[in-house]
Design a protein around this ligand. Structure first.
Ligand code: FMN
Length: 346
């Protein structure tokens, strides 16, 4: 309700300024507690998620408010992407609201305060309950990107519920080439070795975040590697560089498109990866989810968990509780006793 009243004022601001104010407000508000496990609980890669709805990477790039997001009702928080060294990202403006399309275009370029600062914050909250995944990336000017990912895996493994290896941002030139078969195998070997060196017992599972803009052969290769490397999950997907019919005046901006127009593509990729992995690797569905119906459709298509970001811009923080309440209703309506039972049953 409060968000609805404030929306016109928030949307009158430059989007990046509005985002900074939102993070500041989340830091200042006394938001505590987190969802209790109930009918929506999901077990995946050895982790116990109280519900399947997470906040996607990019909202809390510097791990400033993971616990506030859990307090709002998210079943898990993914922070990042975080790179070894702090970097400013691309020139502004680089974040655009496409209100008529319920979409966002961003070309932020991994702006973040760097690994050590985020690590300090994550260390301070580490004893608290709640699933906080750490999404890792490489510095734009790095001479050795694989080394950056390995360094981040070693740094964050002790404080992460899971590590999300992000090779799918369209805003760091050349990054998505790491999705190629040989490059990806080498990258994951380096990340797994780095993680295992610091966490001999109970190492956090590794999730891999992929782009939606993949050819069938890419999907097959990634699926094979995910199985071979025993990844905890695939996160499907990041933003798209393709453009559908859009109406907003910002439609021509370069960068990754997210929100409602991404929904059909991200949904199709969940189906593709379920098929390609023979349902043997859990999937996290992301892209254009803005309602319980959207989340349910993604689960029925094969996702064990879902994440969202762009819809928060338009719907506000009450959205997550609407989705979790709605999911409980849809689960009962369709006669399922758990989320796991419903995965891939479309
Ligand atoms: C402003 C913005 C910044 C993002 N930054 C990151 C990032 O740093 N790392 C990442 O893996 N994904 C990032 N994403 C992608 C989201 O995590 C998500 O995959 C994508 O937006 C699709 O979900 P949505 O349609 O619910 O927004 C970003 C998205 C937006 C809108």
């Amino acid at each position: 309700m409060l968000f609805r009243l404030l929306t016109p004022a928030i949307h009158a601001l430059d989007p990046e300024r509005a985002h900074r104010l939102t993070i500041a407000a989340l830091r200042a508000l006394p938001l505590t507690g987190q969802p209790k496990p109930g009918p929506l609980a999901v077990e995946l890669a050895g982790l116990h998620f109280p519900n399947p709805v997470g906040i996607a990477a990019g909202f809390d790039k510097d791990a400033e408010v993971p616990d506030a997001m859990l307090a709002l009702g998210f079943g898990f928080s993914e922070v990042g992407s975080i790179t070894p060294r702090a970097q400013g990202g691309n020139a502004k403006p680089r974040l655009f609201r496409l209100a008529e399309d319920r979409a966002v275009i961003n070309r932020m370029g991994f702006n973040n305060g760097g690994g050590p600062a985020a690590l300090e914050r994550l260390r301070r909250r580490f004893k608290k309950p709640g699933i906080v995944g750490v999404n890792i990336g490489a510095n734009k000017d790095s001479p050795d990107r694989v080394r950056d990912y390995a360094q981040m895996a070693a740094m964050m493994a002790p404080v992460a519920s899971y590590l999300a290896v992000n090779i799918s941002s369209p805003n760091t030139p050349g990054l998505r080439a790491l999705q190629d078969e040989a490059a990806l195998t080498g990258l994951l070997d380096a990340v797994i070795a780095a993680r295992d060196e610091v966490c001999a017992d109970a190492p956090p599972p590794i999730f891999l975040k992929v782009a939606p803009d993949l050819e069938p052969a890419d999907v097959d290769a990634i699926a094979r590697i995910a199985l071979d490397k025993r990844l905890g999950a695939l996160i499907v997907s990041n933003t798209t560089i393709t453009r559908t019919q859009l109406r907003s005046r910002h439609q021509g901006e370069a960068g990754g498109l997210s929100g409602a127009p991404l929904k059909p593509l991200a949904l199709q990729r969940i189906r593709d990866f379920r098929m390609a992995t023979g349902a043997a690797i859990p999937l996290v569905g992301v892209g254009g989810i803005s309602s319980a119906e959207d989340a349910w459709e993604r689960i029925r298509a094969g996702a064990s968990l879902v994440q969202l970001y762009s819809a928060l811009v338009y719907e506000g923080p009450g959205l997550v509780r609407n989705i979790t309440r709605g999911l409980e209703r849809l689960m009962r309506r369709d006669g399922f006793a758990s989320i796991a039972e419903a995965v891939g049953t479309e």
